[in-house]
Write a protein that binds this ligand. Sequence first.
Ligand SMILES: [Zn+2]
Length: 164
Amino acid sequence: MVFRNFTVSLRPGIATFVFISVSALGLVADSRTTHLQHAGAITADQREARANNFIKEKLQFWQKRLNLEKWEVSIQLVRNTSLKPKTLGNIHWDASTMQAAIDVQSSYDYKLPFQEALDDMEFTIVHELVHLQLSSLPRSEASRSAEEHAVNEITQALINLAKH
Ligand SMILES: [Zn+2]
């Protein structure tokens, strides 16, 4: 069950995360700004292959760290045409089956230097997993923005901790 009719903005505060609680299904989508890309030493296809390995490794790492291993979480890189405009990722989940699926923007559509794109992908993964951790909480239209802000703060703190 994948719903794509919801958009979210990330980082500087314009949080527009949307959550649906139609039965046990949930979704959020997230966006962040991208910047100019530098020419890389490896081809675009090689970057995408590396990014694909990277997101799977990071999902495994962060899913364990966030104690979300009871969930079956899949992840894939998707072209931005598959994402809501100005979003860089999203997560859908079904609490009844404990399954979740994360979409992360493909490296083909990043305009950042490759390492920065990978760092941004990792931020997206942690961000979506934090949403998943919070998915059992009640939500409302009014709480979306506050949740988005909190999720970003927690995500940044977790990433900072992991790098020290
Ligand atoms: Zn979000």
